[in-house]
Design a protein around this ligand. Sequence first.
Ligand code: ZN
Length: 411
Amino acid sequence: MSVNSESVSASASSPSSTEVGAPLVNRKVLSQDVPESESRPRIMHRWAIRRASQRVLCAAIPKEEWPRVVRCGWSMGALVSLLGQEGRTSWSGIEHCNSLWACPICSARIREGRRNEIQEGFERSKKLGWSAFFVTFTVPHTIDTPLDQSLGAIREAYARMRRYSSLRDFWSAVEGVIKATEIQVGNNGFHPHLHCVYFTRESSIDEAALKRSWARAVVKAGLARPSETVGVVVKEATSSGISNYLTKIQENKISLELTRSDLKRGRVNDESGSSWHCSPFDLLDPDIELPISMAQRQRLWVDYVRATKGVSAIRWSKGLKKKLSIGEVSDDDLGALDPNEVEAQLVFLRKEYQRLFKDSPELLAKAQQLFAAQRYEEVLNLGIGELILDDGSNLPDTDSATYSDPWESVA
Ligand SMILES: [Zn+2]
């Protein structure tokens, strides 16, 4: 467990101003948020999904096997603080589970930080004259394929492919790879797949050899043969064209695609409603309509959390960060604000925070939402904690004339 902070949102980084080899400065505040696309407040939504995840897992799993997300958000010290700076927020004095799979709050914070790293990696690789290829690997599955089996098959098939002589030239030109595992779920069961960005010295890759090798490796790993068209999808950008490529797929979508699977929304694909897919977080979201019962959705969630235990979501190959002068930052440090350099703090005694976390988490979520909007003084209307602004003023609590149910806008 970690005692750090959690961040949502952020100001834009400026990778174009980063020189190759330049040290990364102030990495903790490098973060670029995605515009809030849903009508409901994103932060409150994440709190609600985390609470749902905790409840479902506590009920379904013996206490001694509870995953870390169950304790995420619990207080750790005598004081708990919500910190706010220029639209970014973080918590200090609480536990963070750091689960990219099971916790929507930690997932958003960590994925956003990793996305910025990848974006910088692209910028720097471009200056080194490398090419980049975005490759997606999928495996065939059915409703009866357990997720741990398909995840294991992906891992095994990829390892096998590393040894194939038919890909010797490909691997020898690869300077490094960033691998991101993503999982969707739908009427055909869990759909795990692998997104990879290969940084190479070559301006092309043998796509046909890659497809043949993946198909062979997947069969060896125990699954059916992937189709030629779907099993491996390659998108290419030459070294000189990377910036065009990134511009074309707006909003740094390559790094989004790699890291922010938590932002993808579920959908039903046909009128009969029998064909559907969604992100695992959507399983717990009652606003996302799916043609299966909530009990079935919760069972899928438990299966998913169990199967992803210990699975790495985003990984850089050894030595790649060093080649691109990207520093190592722990999950704990991603998005952490410095309490000495924030515009506002909302400070709680442990006992008050614990009571709120247990009985009225929507008030804590609402406070964070207001901090993210830099509407600090409106927090006084919630009547919780002690607000301290950066001018040192200690504003008094006020009775709320405008108070409304904080969960109202989530429903
Ligand atoms: Zn968490």
